[in-house]
Ligand binder design. Structure first.
Ligand SMILES: *Cc1c(COP(=O)(O)O)cnc(C)c1O
Length: 417
């Protein structure tokens, strides 16, 4: 299926047809959902052939069938083909969650004599924690996007970076990180967490990134009902990732894979619409006196990495802004309280962590997602992160406006009483 899948140039067309090339031959219109855990074999020789194929990193369906679903699951393989087509890579490997995907990438890169990782901060809080914890037996050097070359060692197995950065939406220059790591051929491999960008806005493999990771729980799944992760890359990396997945068992359930695949045809439409609304809201927030800093790449004039033909084709669907406390500052207990009151007063946007869902999600990094990270940086007490959804921009603005009014009203009442 992977090889026979056509890859039209336009991403919107690929999103609709990827992973579905064989459906007409099968005589069905929706992808089949196969929940089997084990598979009958025609002959022992077939089963042995299957196992040999899997050990070589090949698709066992050409040989004697999947054998056992921890080894190979056809519904999962189908969405993997679709994700590889969107990312523009030879292959993709799906996992039970984004964290399972990151763990597998680290283990796939690690060898007996290469146990050092360069981590570029800031990075997703749990990734930061995983790397800092020593749980995987990896030695980590933390640096920023400009310090990668200096942090390399002879035993460096992988460079781990994330862009756009959470929750301040800075963009890391991936071509530069790959160059610092020694280039795409022969250098230290680079893995990027590309969750915030989605393959609609950024295809890191084009810039020499070896492994492109997503928490597919977010915009790829897109409807708040799938926990999943994926790593896209070359066939050689995919073979190593699959063997880690077989050994550690962090497989994606076929029903989750089915739901993930079901959401992909609308991914480009969703991302474009959310991005347009995020850009409009960022402009309104930036002009509002009740707000401190606003973070969205659209607010950086002529961003060198954002725009048609650049690393990110657009500014993205995520934005952050500071609710100010009664004292007019963004990093005091007053600002923390104002941010809490703001979240409590939202009627349309959902106060919740996660991102990329059809509805707008609002969360408080200082109180929630950044708590697990070891470095705070620009995360102030009043900072709110918004994952912009598909609601009408005017309705969303009315919700934000009313919640801001309520937050300052409560403060006024509190300080008056
Ligand atoms: C959510 C998220 C993860 C972790 O993914 P899970 O699916 O929750 O395991 C990793 N990186 C980023 C940027 C995320 O937003």
């Amino acid at each position: 299926m992977t090889s026979s899948d056509p890859r039209p140039a336009d991403a919107a067309t690929r999103a609709v047809h990827a992973g579905r090339a064989d459906l007409r031959r099968l005589g069905v219109h929706a992808p089949p959902l196969d929940l089997s855990t084990t598979y009958p074999f025609e002959s022992l020789a077939d089963a042995v052939g299957s196992l040999d194929a899997m050990m070589a990193g090949d698709d066992p369906t050409e040989a004697g069938g999947p054998v056992y679903s921890r080894l190979h699951a056809p519904t999962v393989a189908r969405v993997e083909a679709a994700l590889a087509a969107l990312e523009g890579t030879e292959a993709a490997v799906a996992f039970a969650s984004g964290m399972a995907a990151i763990t597998a990438a680290l283990l796939a890169a690690r060898t007996a004599d290469k146990t050092h990782v360069v981590g570029v901060r800031p990075i997703y809080g749990t990734t930061d924690r995983l790397l800092s914890s020593g749980l995987l037996g990896l030695d980590v050097t933390w640096t920023d996007a400009h310090g990668v070359a200096a942090a390399l060692r002879p035993d460096t197995a992988l460079v781990v970076v994330e862009t756009p950065v959470n929750p301040t939406l800075e963009i890391v220059d991936l071509a530069d990180v790959v160059a610092q790591a020694g280039g795409p051929d022969g250098g230290v491999p680079v893995m990027v967490d590309s969750t915030f960008a989605t393959p609609v806005l950024q295809q890191p493999a084009r810039h020499g990134v070896a492994m492109v990771m997503h928490s597919a729980t977010k915009a790829l799944g897109g409807h708040g009902d799938v926990l999943a992760g994926v790593v896209a890359g070359s066939a050689a990396w995919a073979a190593r990732l699959r063997s880690v997945r077989i050994l550690t068992g962090a497989v994606l359930h076929p029903l989750a894979a089915y739901l993930l695949h079901r959401g992909l045809p609308t991914l480009p439409l969703r991302v474009q619409r959310m991005q347009k609304t995020a850009t409009a809201l960022a402009a309104r927030l930036a002009a509002d006196a009740r707000i401190g800093r606003v973070y969205h790449p659209s607010l950086v004039p002529d961003h060198p990495l954002v725009g048609p033909g650049r690393q990110m084709s657009g500014p993205g669907t995520m934005l952050s802004f500071e609710v100010l406390g009664a004292d007019g500052t963004a990093d005091t207990p007053a600002a923390f309280n104002a941010a809490g009151a703001f979240l409590g007063a939202l009627r349309l946007a959902t106060p919740a962590v996660s991102l990329g869902s059809t509805d707008t999600l609002a969360q408080h990094p200082a109180g929630l997602t950044q708590r697990v990270a070891t470095s705070g940086g620009a995360v102030t007490a009043g900072l709110i992160r918004l994952s912009v959804g598909l609601e009408h921009p005017d309705d969303l603005w009315a919700d934000l406006d009313a919640a801001l009014a309520a937050a300052s009203g409560e403060q006024g009442a509190a300080s008056g009483g």
